[in-house]
Design a protein around this ligand. Structure first.
Ligand SMILES: [Zn+2]
Length: 369
């Protein structure tokens, strides 16, 4: 497969919009493409209209040596242009870096390796719902057992054997309404929420550090709905908080501690409801160099030096590792900073390099001739 074919494939993938919950068209497209390339394809439905696409390159033996995983859904902010634009060495468009670039690289690598004589089997798992609750990868691991897996989220070709955890919470505060000029007669729901938020931000978990850059937990207030009238103090305040946790921080334990302490901070006459929206434990694959020795070899022969990084965002690796028991690392082209941004793009040479690296890993893992 030539570079222009990979670019064509990526442009087509971008131009089929696939925001969360609307993955069927792209799933059919990639399934047909893989079938035309001679691969076995199965659609695994997470729910109606939302299939994972699972594809096999089969060798002499059925043992699945490796699975490459990508997600078909993208972040979406509504009325965006769907046209993929090529400017110099980059392809711009929603999903370019997160993560249709890696998917194009994986598909082309699978297509290439399928023409060889293979000893073992590999799986390509293209899943839905990564931008949602991760139901795609959760279902995928009920079907596929693999010795190891690589998730192609953008890591700029560094290897990430460390995956962050997640804690998403919602605070609902009910205060006592009064005239804005006489606030001492009421309880301002916003002020109460801020008290709790400041307490959480100041807890010890945010001072903890790991050995790699950016290895700390983060705290982001991603949505606030507060107040009713301009001339009364807010009676209701609803705050959505997303925390990225270090691999060893247990979201259940943290939530328990935070909620108990927060309830005690709230003024009398005021109510606080704190609920967990989502949570997941991170992980740290200690012996990754042994398990992924083929990846190490290929990186050395293509890029030169192996860089290790920390995956700061939740991704399907959490499900593969915890729910599937599959040793998993994240390794893919492009910069995570560009994901979910207004400047989403990926470099064409990075996609080509990713395709070559995935291909060479498959050749080694499957002992292809
Ligand atoms: Zn992603």
């Amino acid at each position: 497969m030539y570079l222009k074919d990979v670019v064509k494939l990526l442009k087509e993938l971008i131009e089929i919009p696939s925001p969360l919950y609307e993955e069927e068209e792209i799933a059919n497209y990639v399934g047909n493409w893989l079938e035309r390339s001679g691969l076995e394809v199965e659609y695994q439905y997470v729910e109606k209209g939302r299939p994972n696409v699972i594809s096999w390159v089969k060798g002499k033996y059925d043992d699945v040596k490796i699975m490459l995983v990508g997600h078909l859904d993208t972040f979406s902010i509504g009325d965006e242009a769907i046209e993929a634009k090529v400017i110099d060495d980059s392809i711009w468009g929603r999903g370019a870096v997160d993560m249709k670039g890696a998917i194009a690289a994986m598909m082309s690598a699978f297509s290439r390796v399928s023409k060889l004589n293979l000893k073992y089997t590999a799986v390509l798992g293209l899943v839905v719902d990564e931008e949602g609750k991760g139901k795609g990868s959760e279902l995928l691991v009920t079907k596929v057992r693999s010795e190891k897996a690589i998730v192609g989220e953008p890591t700029n070709f560094s290897v990430s054997p460390l995956q962050s955890g997640l804690l998403e919470i919602e605070l609902l505060v009910r205060g006592v309404r009064t005239h804005v000029a006489l606030p001492e007669h009421g309880v301002n729901a916003y002020d109460e929420a801020v008290k709790v938020l400041n307490y959480i931000k100041g807890t010890h978990m945010f001072k903890d550090r790991g050995p790699l850059p950016y290895m700390y937990s983060t705290f982001v207030i991603s949505k606030v709905i507060c107040g009713e009238e301009l001339w009364s103090i807010p009676k209701h305040c609803r705050v959505h908080v997303v925390m990225s946790l270090l691999p060893w921080q247990d979201p259940d334990v943290i939530f328990d501690e935070l909620s108990k302490a927060s309830v005690r901070l709230i003024s009398d006459d005021c109510e606080l409801l704190i609920s967990m929206v989502d949570d997941d434990l991170g992980f740290w694959l200690v012996n990754w160099e042994e398990t992924f020795s083929t990846l190490v070899d290929v990186i050395k022969s293509t890029i030169g030096k192996v860089h290790v990084s920390y995956m700061r965002s939740w991704c399907d690796a959490n499900n593969l590792y915890h729910k599937g028991g599959i040793p998993t690392i994240v390794f893919g082209p492009g910069d995570l900073k560009l994901a979910h941004s207004d400047n989403e793009r990926i470099s064409i040479s990075d996609v080509a390099l990713a395709s070559e690296i995935y291909y060479r890993i498959l050749v080694k893992e499957l002992e292809a001739k």
